[in-house]
Design a protein around this ligand. Sequence first.
Ligand SMILES: [Zn+2]
Length: 411
Amino acid sequence: MAQEKRIEYLQRRLRGVIQYAYKHSSAIKNILDSVGLKPRDIQTIKDLEKIPITKKSDLAELQKRNPPFGGFEGVPIHELRRIYVSPGPINEPGEMEYDELGWVQGMYAAGFRPGDIAINTFSYHMVPFGLNMLDNSLQRVGCVTVPTGVGNTEQQVHILRSLKARAFCGTPSFLLNIAEKGVEMGLDLKKDFNLQTGLVAAEMVSESLRSKLEEKFGMIIRQGYGTADIGCLGYECIEKNGMHIPDDKIVEIVDPETGEQLGPGDIGEVVGTTFNKVYPLIRLGTGDLSFLSDRPCPCGRTSPRLVKILGRVDQATKVRGLFVHPWQADEVALKHPQIEKYQVLVTRREHKDEMTFQVELKEEGSQSEKLKEKIERSIRDVMKVRGNVQFVSKGMIPDGAKKIDDQRTWE
Ligand SMILES: [Zn+2]
């Protein structure tokens, strides 16, 4: 679908869901009323900016005040099929007929095909992901599902082997468990298994783990991204080129402070809007940071892509008016292989913010003024804020220390 057509299509569905939700969801009505909006005020994706963002992290509290769904449900409770409970705890209303497209598109893009035997190792208890979203999406693709759920690694190995499952759904770390168990049991992961493709989610897969798993099994692995509340917000295609936004979601990247939409390439919070009438979440702030690309993808899909999930909004810290993020600090450290460990300290002296990179080097005694200057230059390039490097001896930075430690006190 050409870009203008896509926007037209999304806006038509947006108007539909806003009309519907205003009438049927008390929470959405309250949100619009709180800023004096009527459904007719929301005509375009740009108009969404007028609607306050609902933070995912606030859902548990909102539901506690107005159980069981905080008023976000779009149908009476007796019309639900199930109530799911996600960690938080957050309740999710479960529709009679699951008809979202996102995970279906993600599976197809990853190479799932009709007739494939697919093992679904996501939990089937409590949460909506394995049972509702993925199980139904596998059916929609035409796969034959083996609903194993998570755990029982040895049994999973037997199942994969005897059923010759071609497709895998699960977390990358669980697939690694399966690989390790298979090897331990003396199996050849390529010959004894028939895994060709995997859709992984729930945790971001590092490129090193991805290629390790792809190589071990002789399969491809593609990842999807979303939340239990709103479903799929992005999926990778064969090009591994960022995550395409599914056709039944609106995804905005916004300034986390103002809620204003940002353009392609600008880093901000991922905010999702769904057309799901049973659970019509409008502008759900995920708390995740990413940026969009609208450059054409060689796969032929024309939807924009979330290039990468960079971290969490609440882990960012403002230094001299600019956001600094743990992933930026990682990027600085990656540029200098001499660095063994680091921690960024943010302090305040005479009403001025100061940022200090404490650095442990791999080789004790290799500290030099030149290296210090080089790292400081990288800090300026990557983080756009000046910072000082301070070499510390090995063991000074505790294991599991916060990457950015904000030590400022505000009186
Ligand atoms: Zn693509």
